[in-house]
Design a protein around this ligand. Structure first.
Ligand SMILES: O=C(O)c1cc(=O)[nH]c(=O)n1[C@@H]1O[C@H](COP(=O)(O)O)[C@@H](O)[C@H]1O
Length: 268
């Protein structure tokens, strides 16, 4: 982020975007779309975040496109956050961690999005494997979608919200690491100024992945109001807001540079 600017661009090959780019909603379209984004951006944006679902829907050939995108993005110097939002228990969680956080796996990524809503402790195999491999996790805390509130804002016995509990667990995992530990949180940029009421401490020693900018309505200007003093640890994330400028690689680069500039002004 220091070298390339604080921006994560999501690789989300929606059917509607494939159509806008003049591509078929098929494996050839997926491949062309993904290669265009990687070739245009992987040598300049800090982080690329492929959304696994858009590749999985094409079966094994879609996953093969995802594997190549991860490897080529990392080779070009971008960090890759695999957005697969995995969450399960025990040995199953361990198998997910092996898929994304074991350096010998074809989908090995710099970080993985995971869901703590089977209990934070269910993430232990992923926390351990990430630590061993020198990569990280982004744990869903306060998601950008309005439906998340019924779980994440719920108040537990003792008065702490569920989201605040997740962030406290993350603070414990990051303890002693400087300047930031490997375990970040996902906190939507769409949340407005509600965080104080939820009793959450965003200063938990990890990066804050902030989706919701662009298509979901948030802007760079919203970040200081949402994140307050923690804004310097925010990694803002945009998918459609950049991708809609394709298929021209130059236009994608321009859009990413514009967004990275706006983010740098607000999160600096
Ligand atoms: O983990 C995520 O990245 C994520 C968490 C969240 O709370 N909200 C959210 O929108 N996302 C992802 O971020 C991307 C947002 O895409 P755009 O709305 O097109 O920018 C999608 O891939 C979502 O799955």
């Amino acid at each position: 982020m220091d070298e390339r600017g604080p921006l994560c661009v999501g690789i989300d090959p929606h059917a509607a975007l494939l159509a806008d780019w003049g591509l078929g909603d098929d494996i050839a379209g997926l491949e062309r779309f993904t290669r265009t984004v990687v070739e245009a951006l992987a040598d300049r944006v800090a982080v690329l975040k492929p959304q696994s679902a858009f590749f999985e829907r094409f079966g094994s050939r879609g996953v093969a496109v995802l594997e190549r995108a991860v490897a080529e993005s990392r080779d070009a110097g971008a960090l890759v956050v695999m957005d697969a939002k995995r969450g399960d228990i025990g040995s199953t969680m361990a198998a997910y961690a092996d898929a994304y956080l074991d350096p010998s796996s074809p989908l090995f990524s710099d970080a993985l999005t995971v869901s703590p809503y089977l209990g934070f402790g269910s993430l232990r195999p992923a926390l351990d494997r990430a630590r061993a491999a020198g990569c990280g996790l982004f744990v869903l805390a306060l998601t950008s979608n309005p439906e998340g509130a019924e779980v994440q804002h719920a108040v537990r016995g003792g008065g702490r919200t569920v989201a605040a509990t997740v962030l406290r667990h993350l603070a414990a995992e990051n303890a002693g690491e400087a300047p930031l530990g490997s375990f970040g949180a996902v906190v939507g940029a769409t949340l407005g100024g509600t965080l104080n009421e939820l009793g959450v401490d965003l200063d938990m020693g990890g990066a804050l992945l902030a989706p919701g900018i662009g298509a979901q309505g948030a802007t760079a200007g919203d970040l200081p109001g949402v994140f307050g003093p923690a804004v310097g640890n925010v990694l803002p994330s945009i998918s459609r807001g950049v991708l809609r400028h394709g298929p021209s690689p130059a236009a994608l680069r321009e859009a990413a540079a514009r967004e990275a500039g706006l983010m740098a002004e607000t999160v600096a």
